[in-house]
Ligand binder design. Structure first.
Ligand SMILES: Cc1cc2nc3c(=O)[nH]c(=O)nc-3n(C[C@H](O)[C@H](O)[C@H](O)COP(=O)(O)OP(=O)(O)OC[C@H]3O[C@@H](n4cnc5c(N)ncnc54)[C@H](O)[C@@H]3O)c2cc1C
Length: 409
């Protein structure tokens, strides 16, 4: 099914539909992963949904992403489009200071091609009844007594639409969040290079290197096909760290004799503590989902599955008068990742080497059994099988606390 978009005339029609329409209408700003998933869930539940996307055409930047099998549970239909999943991962190899630990996954991770996923989600949202308006750049919000007037730019003209619910799914530098008074999340630079896979790496295996002098996170090499993969890292916090992160990547590639074919990069928001995702503005509600709400696991800085969970939670809240169990569960998940990140953030090379040494058969089995999107179960199972890990974690937490705290409310 091709994605069909709204023309300018359709908007004037919507504007005339009046107050009854506005009470059932939701405007979602940002036509990407989190926005289209929220649109699908709300349209399926009978809401009148319009997605406003600034891009003139639905041609998202191609990008290779790794997600856990949890995504299959959330997005069954979109993943039936078989072109979305380009590879499956069954093994991880973890390296630190000459040590290596191997973990086999009981349910494979998925390698997805972002642009295909987004198009598939758009089609699914549209099929459920959502309207997609491309070339609409959100400018601001204005209370008008009955709800909100949403201002969007279209071909040099400013359009106004009346609504009672706005969902900001417009990414890390969300203008919706800014317009509604949320503080801006902190961001970290992420950069990865497309490379030919080294001969000794099987396409079903991800390699991870812990090199704390370069990054408090890690380097990864993720195969996206039999022949190609992406090698990348997340840089430290700080406004001017992008170039430093790129230099690290280039040197790392040289050391491994890998040639970059192209680069993919952006700043990713980091979760530094829960910020309520709903604000009341006049007679209307404004919500945030996905990167706009920094719904990103700070252990790995993966934001796709948590963004979908955020979208599902916000859809539930909109349909249930503000209440959502899914948002509470997501908060617990993100908080646990924050706790783990605080423990790991100042790990030395020696700490990582000791950690890999401590991974016995039982702990590696736990790492393979639970996904990174089940932090509670994973942590509990690891500590039960190797109590030393709990002790180290607590010691690291008490010693560090260096990971940024939340700013503002
Ligand atoms: C190189 C790279 C690799 C990554 N790898 C992984 C990975 O392996 N696994 C993982 O889980 N996550 C990964 N991530 C993170 C993941 O891609 C994001 O968390 C996720 O895509 C965020 O989706 P989103 O829908 O919230 O926001 P976005 O995808 O940022 O979408 C925001 C949308 O809003 C639109 N928009 C912005 N401003 C306006 C406006 N004013 N008006 C109208 N529209 C607007 C934009 O055009 C865009 O379409 C990676 C990110 C990068 C950059």
């Amino acid at each position: 099914m091709a994605v069909q978009t709204l023309g300018k005339g359709d908007f004037h029609f919507q504007k005339q539909m009046g107050a009854e329409h506005a009470s059932r209408s939701v405007h979602i700003v940002g036509g990407s992963a989190a926005g289209f998933y929220a649109a699908y869930l709300l349209a399926r539940a009978g809401m009148s949904v319009t997605v406003l996307e600034q891009a003139e055409r639905l041609e998202p930047m191609p990008r290779t992403l790794i997600v856990t099998s949890r995504m299959r549970d959330l997005l069954d239909t979109a993943l039936r489009d078989t072109s979305v999943v380009v590879n499956e991962i069954r093994r991880f190899e973890l390296y630190a200071d000459g040590r290596v630990a191997e973990v086999s996954l009981s349910r494979p991770d998925l390698i997805v091609e972002r642009s295909r996923l987004i198009r598939s989600l758009a089609e699914q949202a549209q099929h459920a009844g959502a309207r997609i308006a491309l070339g609409r750049r959100f400018l601001g919000l204005e209370p008008d007594g009955r709800g909100l007037l949403l201002h969007a730019q279209n071909n040099g003209h400013v359009e106004q639409q009346q609504t009672r619910v706005v969902v900001g799914a417009d990414g890390a530098f969300s203008r919706v969040a800014e317009a509604a008074g949320w503080p801006r999340p902190q961001t970290v630079p992420l950069i990865q290079a497309v490379v030919h896979l080294p001969r000794d790496l099987s396409p079903d295996t991800v390699r991870v290197w812990f090199v704390p002098e370069d990054t408090p996170y890690f380097y990864w090499l993720i195969p996206e096909s039999e022949s190609h993969g992406v090698l990348g890292l997340i840089g430290p916090e700080g406004k001017y760290r992008g170039q430093q992160t790129r230099n690290c990547l280039e040197q790392f590639l040289q050391r491994r004799r890998l040639h970059p074919l192209s680069y993919q990069a952006a700043r990713i928001p980091v979760y530094t503590g829960w910020v309520p995702v709903r604000r009341r503005l006049g007679e209307a509600d404004v919500y945030l989902v996905g990167d706009a709400a920094a719904q990103v696991k700070v252990t790995t800085v993966g934001g796709l599955v948590t963004g979908f969970r955020g979208a599902a939670g916000v859809a539930e809240a909109i349909l249930n008068g503000g209440r959502s169990r899914q948002l509470r569960a997501l908060r617990r998940e993100l908080d646990l990742h924050l706790l783990i990140r605080r423990a790991l953030h100042r790990f030395t090379q020696n700490d990582y080497a000791r950690l890999l040494d401590a991974l016995n058969e039982a702990t590696r089995a736990a790492l393979g059994l639970y996904t990174r999107d089940e932090a509670g179960k994973l942590l509990w199972s690891l500590c039960r099988r190797q109590p030393r890990l709990l002790l180290w974690g607590l010691r690291a937490l008490l010693a560090n606390g260096s990971f940024p705290q939340r700013q503002g409310s």
